[in-house]
Design a protein around this ligand. Structure first.
Ligand code: MG
Length: 157
C-alpha cells in the first residue's frame, strides 16, 4: 500500500527573526515570522505526511493558540509527525521539496537540509530531494515579502 500527500506553507519575512528552512539555520538579515520557528519547509513536509496519512494538518495537531508551541523547533514537531507515521505502519518512500525564495541563495544549504530531514524521518538521503527556486522577482516571494514551500511525499508500508 502506498499513500501520496502534498503540503504547502508560506511565512512572512521580517527583520529580527532567525531564518530556519529544512531544519537548518541560514544566515539572513530577515527571518520567517510565525508562532513556532516558522520553518516553512518542515511545515510543508509535515502537512504532506499528514495528508498522505489522511490525518488533517499541522494546524490541527499543533494549534498556534497553544503557548507550548511558541518558538518551538519545527524539528521537534516533525519528529511527532514521524512517530504518527510509524505507528500508522508507514515509512518514507520518497519526499520532494521545493522552496521558493528570492533570497538568500539556498544552494549551499541544500545538502545539510537533506541530511537533517533524512535523519528525522529515518530514511536515506537519496529519498529526500530539496530544490530551491525563485519566482523571477514576481509576487510576494519575488518581492522578498515571504518564502513559500511545497512538499510531495510518497509513503510506503
Ligand atoms: Mg507554517
Amino acid at each position: 500500500m502506498m499513500r501520496i500527500g502534498h503540503g504547502y506553507d508560506v511565512h512572512r519575512l521580517v527583520p529580527g527573526r532567525k531564518l530556519f528552512l529544512g531544519g537548518v539555520e541560514i544566515p539572513s538579515p530577515l527571518g520567517l515570522l510565525g508562532h513556532s520557528d516558522a520553518d516553512a519547509a518542515l511545515h510543508a513536509v509535515m502537512d504532506a505526511i499528514l495528508g498522505a496519512l489522511g490525518r488533517g494538518d499541522i494546524g490541527t495537531l499543533f494549534p498556534d493558540s497553544d503557548p507550548k508551541y511558541r518558538d518551538i523547533d519545527s524539528k521537534v514537531l516533525l519528529s511527532k509527525v514521524f512517530q504518527a507515521m510509524v505507528i500508522a505502519g508507514y515509512r518514507i518512500g520518497n519526499l520532494d521539496i521545493t522552496i521558493i525564495a528570492e533570497a538568500p541563495r539556498l544552494s549551499p544549504y541544500i545538502g545539510q537540509m537533506r541530511a537533517v530531514i533524512a535523519h528525522l524521518l529515518a530514511c536515506e538521503e537519496h529519498a529526500v530531494n530539496v530544490k530551491a527556486t525563485t519566482e523571477e522577482g514576481l509576487g510576494f516571494t519575488g518581492h522578498r515579502e515571504g518564502i513559500a514551500c511545497h512538499a510531495v511525499v510518497l509513503l510506503a508500508d
